[in-house]
Design a binder for this molecule. Sequence first.
Ligand SMILES: [Zn+2]
Length: 387
Amino acid sequence: MKTIQEILEEKKASILELEKFLYANPEIEMEEYKAKEKFIELLEKEGFEVEKDIEGLPTAFVAHKSNGEGPSIGICAEYDALPGLGHACGHNLIGAMSYGAAAVLAEWLMQSGHKGSVYLLGTPAEETGRGKPGMLKAGCFKNVDVAMMAHPMKSTTLMSKLVNLEGYDITFHGRAMHAAEAPWNGVNALDAAAIFYNAVAMLRQQLRDGSRVHMIVTDGGDAVNIIPERAALRVEIRHSDFKYFRELVNKVLAVAEQAAKAAGCTVDIEMFEPPIYCMKNNKPMIELFKRHMLDAGITEYVEEAATGGGCTDMGNVSQEVPSIHPWMKMARPTSDGHTLEFLEDADSPYAIEQMYKVVGCLAETGADIIAEPKLLDGTKAAFAAED
Ligand SMILES: [Zn+2]
């Protein structure tokens, strides 16, 4: 029976082929048609079954290979580029690494005789955070026990802490009336908006450190001699602790309901952008990954760090399925994502050398779980214990 490393050697050519193809054909979010086609071509050659129609996401896909009932390993591929900048976030490397890990792991699974499944989730539109939330909604993750991927970066961080974010449009409805003739017959929606704005401003004093609630007024009425029948605000809410974040969102939305009541109005509350959730890093999986990373000679790393304002929709996945999303050093130490320097680094010989190592680490981590299903229990227990 071949080892993961031996199978990886055999698949290096197709992994590199995909990396080069994605890099040379950058497509922005929701337009990744060429990328999707290339993935499917390679995956079908590897004997994967591919589901090509994902509701609402024409450039998404789900590929899988199974060997009976057993642990099911999900690997997320990203492949969207940046408008005007090409692959300056290195999603060409992510796509190739995730494809490689899935192909290597699946072949190992079939040869080893172990039971289980390998899923490669083609998750488009990471840059706008639309892909993975849409795929979660479409049920694409329902068959996977764990999910993983790795992201190129200028240094290695196993567990990143990212911020949670939700944004809402709050629209108050009242009744228009002549503001001078009979204002007493009107219901002023702008009053509700003013109460909401001020009540949230007061609420801030009672919030935990690191909370952010910021807003703008997007509609305050049409004419000064008409009692506004409609007034609207746009608000964004952020905190890094997921449990507290949920509390905070509920508080702010309750204030909106009460502000409407106080002014005799009704209120509509609608999310105006996809929510982004922080990474809930699965420690048992990170431990497995770390062991293989050290074996691969990647010894310079930080265990856990808060990254600046950055966030990723892999966070949303991690709130529903035990997940990891290590940042792996694949670029120069000065190279920040979304720059021309990073674009250059994303196809460098160094990045490609690291790419193969990361493919090995991801595949080995999946193989550990498939070979020892008890590890899955530990993974799930850690997931349940951590909020
Ligand atoms: Zn990225």
